[in-house]
Design a protein around this ligand. Structure first.
Ligand SMILES: Nc1ncnc2c1ncn2[C@@H]1O[C@H](COP(=O)(O)OP(=O)(O)OP(=O)(O)O)[C@@H](O)[C@H]1O
Ligand SMILES: [Mg+2]
Length: 276
């Protein structure tokens, strides 16, 4: 398998003694869409900080595109893996929105015309062009999140990692972000999203990785999200679509649908059966 990210027996303990990662392992195929899930405090954000070299493994290994993340490679890996932080206040700091989005491309040493092209494109993608001259600290939280996402898009990374990107986005902002992620996916970008949104994970992800107490609890396709044992152990809930069909035991379904498309296909089949 062509793994783009490999995490092997990773441990991380914060300075105050909190053990956030405790022997975490998983690997991701190139070009996949991954939902990283798990309860509050499971270690998701701590893990993501390892994927672009902000944190270095205390024990175990992280490999990105075959390259081991360590003090020597961290800088290069930062330019290949774009990370959108959970809290935009940790990421957005320049005096204007435009400067903020340009920060990554400028640091990559790109010529000014290319920087401008990328900034324009990224701001248009998140629908924030009209805010380009505004200071980011005066923006709403959701607008700051959009700017943080634009900053990472402008770097054109091969892997994009987003920590709770949907939080604080309005419903249309969420749809816009999903369209952006679809576009990146079609270009072959590997996308990892940490999220508590089971409906989004069920309909969007190719692969779901569930972690708890700093370890991998389960990894597989989104049908994991209709497994009662996993739902219970990972503080999740069933996707809404699955909840509807679970409340209809008279249908005697072998497999419960968990996406709108699956549900529509099933209902069509049931309707066709009634007409004959
Ligand atoms: N800077 C820090 N110092 C000490 N402990 C920390 C720090 N950051 C996180 N932790 C602890 O590490 C553990 C993992 O936290 P982390 O933020 O990675 O969880 P998470 O899965 O992202 O949670 P959430 O769903 O709430 O975002 C938690 O017990 C948390 O309290
Ligand atoms: Mg987190």
């Amino acid at each position: 398998m062509d793994s783009v990210i490999e995490v092997e027996d990773l441990y991380y303990t914060y300075r105050d003694g909190t053990r956030a990662l405790a022997g975490l392992s998983f690997s991701l195929p190139r070009g996949c869409r991954v939902a990283l899930m798990g309860p509050n405090g499971a270690g998701k954000s701590t893990l993501l900080m390892h994927l672009n070299g902000i944190y270095l493994p205390q024990r175990g290994k992280v490999r990105v595109m075959g390259q081991e993340v360590n003090a020597r490679t961290a800088r290069e890996i930062k330019s290949r893996v774009g990370l959108v932080f959970q809290d935009p206040d940790d990421q957005v700091f320049s005096s204007t929105v435009e400067e903020d989005v340009a920060f990554g491309p400028v640091n990559m040493g790109l010529p000014p015309a290319e920087v401008k092209r990328r900034v324009d494109e990224a701001l248009a993608a998140v629908q924030m062009e009209e805010y380009r001259d505004r200071p980011p600290y005066h923006l709403s939280y959701g607008q700051k999140k959009r700017v943080a996402i634009a900053g990472v898009l402008a770097m054109g990374p091969e892997i994009i990692v987003l920590d709770e990107p949907m939080a604080y986005l309005d419903p249309q902002g969420k749809d816009t972000l999903l369209e952006i992620l679809d576009r990146l996916h079609r270009r072959g970008t590997t996308i990892l999203v940490a999220t508590h949104d089971v409906d989004m994970a069920a309909s969007w992800a190719d692969l779901v990785v569930i972690i708890k107490d700093g370890r991998t609890l389960a990894q597989g396709d989104p049908s994991l999200l209709v497994r009662e044992d996993i739902i219970r152990r990972a503080n999740l809930r069933f996707p809404l679509v699955a909840q509807i069909f679970r409340s209809l035991p008279e249908l005697q379904l072998e497999a419960v649908p968990y996406t709108v498309e699956q549900a529509a296909a099933l209902l069509r089949k049931i309707l066709a059966g009634r007409q004959t």
